[in-house]
Design a protein around this ligand. Structure first.
Ligand code: FMN
Length: 307
């Protein structure tokens, strides 16, 4: 399948596995790239040395392009940005700010830079800063979210910029993939469906929560602090939302979620852990390999788009 995104990134299918803290480590990233999509190592708040090790391990499993997701607010961002250059990473996606200060360094060695944006204004700013493409991420997504929906954000971003747009948020099957293309996107980024991939190291308790989730089982915490996060409802979200209602401070709320994603991913604590997942969890019903996921989506979408 040829689109502006497959051409830009040198990949077979325009499907990107979204950068995911703890979840998006080298096994998952390499499996997605090996299956013809683009796998992304989620650097989150990891030290630069760990990111380097993750990249090298992914390289042992695939010779295809891989990406790294850099959270720009991370205190290690400067070091991680250099590791990306030193290790010859092909693609960088960025979140939580503007990558402008790293742009020259990355562009000089041919790294493709794809910021994740939640508004038209941010998309325009990123285009001006030299981005090669943008991911327009709607609030249906798992993890940290903006306020616009994928259905409304993607076409508005498509109209506003001249670089390729990749749609994210709520896409879990061939119908969502085809819809994204109808909205003008040239590729999709998915998180939730890859959380339950066979190659994902996420604890089975967490995977089962995603597989069993229904349409309305996700909850957004952190609205009051300006840091909204979408996740599956559990004891932790109930406590968090109760505290928010009672006017708890940002520090008190932060304390409650300290290390909670790691607890869910690594220890399978689905009671006190943070089970980041999007609204599309209701459509994610089985564990499959990354190759099966990508092939199924491409076949479904091709049938729809050829109709
Ligand atoms: N996006 C980032 O830019 N950085 C992250 O560290 C990050 N962590 C995530 C962790 C989890 C468990 C999930 C589900 C999503 C995360 N995201 C993160 C968002 C994904 O990269 C992706 O854009 C999003 O999941 C797409 O929406 P979907 O979940 O509906 O497929």
């Amino acid at each position: 399948m040829k689109t502006a995104v497959t051409e830009l990134l040198g990949i077979e299918y325009p499907i990107i596995q979204g950068g995911m803290a703890w979840v998006g480590e080298y096994h998952l990233a390499a499996a997605v790239s090996e299956a013809g999509g683009l796998g992304i190592i989620g650097a989150a708040s990891a030290p630069a040395d760990i990111v380097r090790e993750q990249i090298r391990k992914a390289r042992e499993l695939t010779s295809k392009p891989i990406g790294v997701n850099v959270m720009l607010l991370n205190p290690n961002a400067d070091e991680v940005a250099k590791v990306i250059v030193e290790e010859g990473v092909e693609v960088v996606t960025t979140g939580a700010g503007s990558p402008a200060k790293f742009m020259e360094m990355w562009k000089a060695v041919g790294v493709k830079v794809i910021p994740v944006v939640a508004s038209v204004a941010m998309a325009k700013l990123m285009e001006r800063a030299g981005a090669d493409a943008v991911v327009a991420e709607g609030m249906e997504s798992g993890g940290h979210i903006g306020s616009a929906t994928t259905m409304t954000l993607v076409p508005q971003v498509v109209d506003a910029v001249n670089i390729p747009v990749i749609a994210a948020g709520g896409i879990a099957d061939g119908r969502g993939f085809a819809a994204a293309f109808m909205l003008g996107a040239q590729g999709v980024q998915m998180g939730t469906r890859f959380v339950v991939a066979k190659e994902s190291i996420v604890h089975d308790n967490y995977k089962q929560k995603v597989i069993k989730a229904r349409d309305i089982d996700s909850e957004v915490t952190g609205m009051s602090t300006g840091h909204p996060v979408r996740q599956i409802r559990n004891k932790m979200t109930r406590e968090y939302l109760k505290l928010e209602k009672e006017g708890a401070t940002f520090e008190e709320l932060e304390y409650l979620t300290l290390g909670s994603l790691r607890k869910a991913v690594m220890e399978g604590d689905v009671v006190n852990g943070t089970l980041m997942a999007g609204q599309c969890a209701g459509m994610v019903n089985k564990e499959q390999t990354c190759r099966q996921i990508i092939q199924e989506i491409i076949q479904e979408a091709s049938a729809l788009l050829n109709k």
